[in-house]
Design a protein around this ligand. Structure first.
Ligand code: G6P
Length: 472
C-alpha cells in the first residue's frame, strides 16, 4: 500500500493559499507545512479563512506548481463554536497547561465535532485509497475517527504543533476521550518533544493502552497507534540566506538608522497569553531599573500581531500588554530615547529575517510553547561573524534542542530574566560564537526537509504497522 509514490494530502485549519489578498499567516504551522510540501507537491486541504452564510458544497481549488490547495468556507456558528469556542477557548488553554482559562460549553464541543465531520465529508470526495493523509494540529483531533467510520483505510498521521500536557490536565477536558482519545484512530501521532510524547503515552495508559515491547506503539481499543517525537524545524539554509539579503534592504537600513547605534533586543510573538509577554515586559522593566548604565544604549522592539481578538482572554491580554508597554515608556523614556517599541503589526518573513540579524538579543520567553520557530529563525538569521544571543524559556519545545547554545530562562523568575538579559547584552564575542555554532549545528542537522521526511517515512513504514491498524 502506502509506498514512496503515494500522494500526500495535508489537512490543517489554516491553509497558506498563495494569494496576496488573503490574511497573512501568523503561525508556525503554515510556514512548516508549506516548506515541507513545496518540493514534494500534494494536496493541502482546510479552511479558507472566510465565513459565509452558505458555504459551497465544493472546495475552492487553486493549483500552483506541484501543489493543489483546496479550501472550504465556514458558517458563522461553525467559526464561533469550532474555532473561537472549542479549539481556542478550550483545547488551546488546556494543552498549554492553562486549565484555569478554559471555558467549556457543550455547544462549542458540538460545533467542533460537526465541523470535523464536515471536513471528513469533503475529504471523502477528494482522497483515493492510496493517498497518505497528514493531519495537523488541535483543530482536527477526531478527523481520523470520522474518516475510519466512513470506511477509509488510508494511512493517516497526525502531528500536534502545540504541547501535550500530563494526563491529569487532559482529564480536565470534559469528554476528553472523544477528542484526545480519538487520536488512537491515527496510525502515527507525532509530537514536538519526547516529553509531549511521554505525556500522551501516560494518558493512553489511563485508557487501558498496552505499550509494545519496543515502546514505539500502543494497542488501545483494538487499534495500534505509533507515537513519535518530531521536533518541527525551519528551512535553515534558506532562512540564513534570506536574512543576509534582507540586511541590505532599504527597510532594514532605515530600521537600523532609527536605532542610532543602540543595541537591539527583539521579541516576536502573536499576542497570546501562552507567549509570556507580560512577564517579559516586567523583566525588562526590572532590567531598566537596575541597569542604569544601559539607559539610552538599548532598544527593545516587541513585534506582536494581534491574534484571535474575538476570544475574551485575548482581548484582555491586549489591554494589559498595551498598558504595561505605556507604563514602561512613561517611566524610562526621555525626549531622545524610547526604551520599548511595541508594534501590533505583521511583517513579511524577509523583514523579520533582517530584524533578527540586526538584533543583539532575542527574548523568546513563552510560559508554554509547542516548539517556537521564532527561536530557530532568530539563530539561523545571525551573522556568523557577530552573532546575537538567544534568551529562551525552559518551557518552549525549542529548549529541548537549543539548550547548549541559548541562555535558558524561567519566565516566572523575573529577576533571573533581567539578569540573563544583562548577561546576553554583555556577552563577549567568543562565547556568542561558540553558542551560535552549537545551535546552528542542531538546526542544520534537523531542517524542515528532514522533519517532513522523517515523519512521512515513519508513517509509510509498512513493517511497523501490521494489519491491526485497520478500523476496529
Ligand atoms: C499556532 C498553532 C497553529 C495556528 C497558529 C496561528 O502556531 O499551532 O495551528 O494556525 O498558531 O493561530 P490562528 O488561530 O490564527 O490560526
Amino acid at each position: 500500500m502506502a509506498g514512496r509514490a503515494s500522494r500526500i494530502v495535508v489537512v490543517s485549519n489554516r491553509v497558506a493559499v498563495p494569494d496576496p489578498a488573503r490574511r497573512a499567516q501568523a503561525g508556525g504551522l503554515a510556514v512548516a507545512v508549506n516548506a515541507a510540501l513545496k518540493e514534494r507537491g500534494g494536496i493541502w486541504f482546510g479552511w479558507s479563512g472566510t465565513i459565509t452564510p452558505t458555504p459551497s458544497d465544493h472546495p475552492v481549488v487553486t493549483t500552483q506548481k506541484r501543489m493543489t490547495y483546496a479550501v472550504i468556507d465556514l458558517k458563522e456558528d461553525d467559526y464561533q463554536e469550532y474555532y473561537n469556542g472549542f479549539a481556542n477557548r478550550v483545547l488551546w488553554p488546556i494543552l498549554h497547561y492553562r486549565v484555569d482559562l478554559a471555558e467549556f460549553a457543550q455547544a462549542d464541543l458540538s460545533g467542533y465535532i460537526r465541523v470535523n465531520r464536515n471536513f471528513a465529508d469533503h475529504l471523502a470526495k477528494i482522497i483515493g485509497p492510496d493517498d497518505v493523509l497528514w493531519i495537523h494540529d488541535y483543530h482536527m483531533m477526531p478527523l481520523a475517527q470520522y474518516l475510519r467510520e466512513r470506511g477509509h483505510r488510508n494511512r493517516i498521521g497526525f502531528f500536534l504543533h502545540i504541547p501535550m500536557p500530563p494526563p491529569d490536565l487532559i482529564q480536565a477536558l470534559p469528554k476528553h476521550g472523544e477528542i484526545v482519545g480519538a487520536l488512537a484512530y491515527y496510525d502515527l501521532v507525532g509530537f514536538q518533544t519526547e516529553q509531549d510524547k511521554e505525556n500522551f503515552a501516560r494518558y493512553l495508559d489511563t485508557r487501558g493502552g498496552q505499550s509494545s515491547a519496543d515502546g514505539r506503539s500502543y494497542d488501545v481499543g483494538g487499534r495500534r497507534v505509533k507515537l513519535g517525537a518530531f521536533p518541527v524545524a525551519i528551512e535553515t539554509a534558506a532562512f540564513a540566506r534570506r536574512a543576509r539579503h534582507a540586511s541590505r534592504s532599504q527597510f532594514v537600513k532605515r530600521f537600523k538608522e532609527s536605532l542610532s547605534g543602540r543595541k537591539l533586543i527583539v521579541g516576536v510573538d502573536r499576542l497570546d497569553y501562552s507567549k509570556g509577554i507580560p512577564n517579559r515586559l516586567e523583566a525588562y522593566e526590572r532590567f531598566l531599573r537596575n541597569a542604569e548604565d544601559w539607559h539610552d544604549k538599548v532598544a527593545y522592539v516587541q513585534i506582536t500581531p494581534k491574534s484571535r481578538t474575538e476570544v475574551p482572554e485575548y482581548a484582555e491580554m491586549d489591554r494589559f500588554v498595551s498598558r504595561k508597554a505605556g507604563q514602561i515608556n512613561g517611566l524610562y523614556s526621555d525626549v531622545s530615547w524610547t526604551p520599548l517599541r511595541y508594534v501590533n503589526r505583521t511583517y513579511s518573513r524577509s523583514a523579520l529575517a533582517g530584524i533578527y540579524r540586526a538584533a543583539g538579543v532575542a527574548m523568546v520567553t513563552p510560559l508554554r510553547d509547542g516548539m517556537n520557530l521564532v527561536a530557530k529563525e532568530f539563530v539561523a538569521a545571525q551573522d556568523p561573524e557577530d552573532p546575537g544571543v538567544l534568551l529562551l524559556s525552559q518551557f518552549a519545545g525549542a529548549a529541548h534542542e537549543l539548550s547548549a547554545g541559548a541562555l535558558i530562562v524561567n519566565p516566572h523568575d523575573l529577576d533571573g530574566m533581567a539578569e540573563a538579559l544583562r548577561r546576553a547584552l554583555e556577552m563577549p564575542l567568543p562565547e556568542r560564537s561558540d553558542r551560535y555554532r552549537r545551535m546552528m549545528s542542531v538546526l542544520e542537522a534537523n531542517d524542515i526537509d528532514r522533519w517532513a521526511k522523517r515523519f512521512l517515512a515513519e508513517l509509510t513504514d509498512d513493517r511497523a504497522l501490521p494489519a491491526m491498524s485497520l478500523p476496529p
